[in-house]
Design a protein around this ligand. Structure first.
Ligand SMILES: CC(C)(COP(=O)(O)OP(=O)(O)OC[C@H]1O[C@@H](n2cnc3c(N)ncnc32)[C@H](O)[C@@H]1OP(=O)(O)O)[C@@H](O)C(=O)NCCC(=O)NCCS
Length: 190
């Protein structure tokens, strides 16, 4: 479906609104244990999760279309790349949290950085946020590097709540929070 609301376009990617028919793509994305390695220690997400989450997201962000979760697809042929979000931080809700999950086949091409930077500009420039955040498990080196390349700096370590990583030890739930203030943001050179 290519007739959905487009949030923004970068050189290679566009972000569009989710639809109920994206459930299959999301389930398939999360079925790759490498994609889920630093999210759920490789556990896939059951289809029932997305069947519940997608309608909720559509309802939740319908009133604030500048924030939310978007499908990322290539501009050229609209191939599914993954998703990005910019939405209230789950722990510090006055901040807007950047997040991303991409198919393994597109890793290493700079796409997360390209779209992440565009969402930072969107967050400060269009949404008017004062502070952006990004969170990951401590060991997620790839995600942490993307955060740095988008201008974020390490703010603190924290422990993910147990209900988000059931059965995992405190050590396995160690997280990092990165952040970026509007006053620190510099538009990156092309
Ligand atoms: C993390 C992820 C989004 C990176 O996407 P990507 O498009 O490959 O990232 P980029 O190509 O923009 O790479 C950005 C930087 O991160 C580095 N990087 C990427 N993956 C890395 C890894 N596993 N280990 C170390 N560095 C890594 C790249 O080398 C690049 O740095 P460089 O320019 O200095 O070489 C992608 O691997 C992914 O979706 N992973 C699974 C889901 C996930 O963990 N999401 C984040 C949850 S917090």
């Amino acid at each position: 479906m290519n007739d959905r609301v487009i949030l923004l376009e970068t050189e290679r990617v566009r972000l569009r609104r989710f639809g109920l028919d994206d459930v299959d793509r999301l389930v398939e994305l999360d079925s790759d244990p490498e994609v889920m390695r630093w999210i759920s220690y490789g556990q896939p997400s059951p289809r029932s999760h997305y069947e519940a989450v997608v309608p909720r997201l559509l309802a939740q962000y319908g009133a604030t279309p500048l924030l939310g979760v978007w499908v990322a697809e290539t501009r050229v042929d609209h191939a599914f790349v993954g998703w990005f979000h910019l939405r209230p931080d789950r722990i510090d809700p006055d901040e807007q949290e950047l997040g991303y999950r991409l198919r393994r086949s597109v890793w290493g091409q700079g796409l997360a950085t390209e779209v992440g930077r565009a969402l930072v500009a969107h967050g400060f420039g269009t949404v008017g946020a004062d502070k952006l955040s990004a969170r990951a498990l401590v060991g997620n080196a790839g995600s942490r590097r993307v955060m740095e390349k988008c201008g974020f700096a390490l703010e603190r370590e924290f422990t993910w709540p147990e209900e988000w990583l059931p059965g995992r030890s405190e050590d396995e739930r160690r997280g990092v929070k990165y952040s970026l203030m509007r006053s620190q943001w510099q538009v990156p050179r092309a």
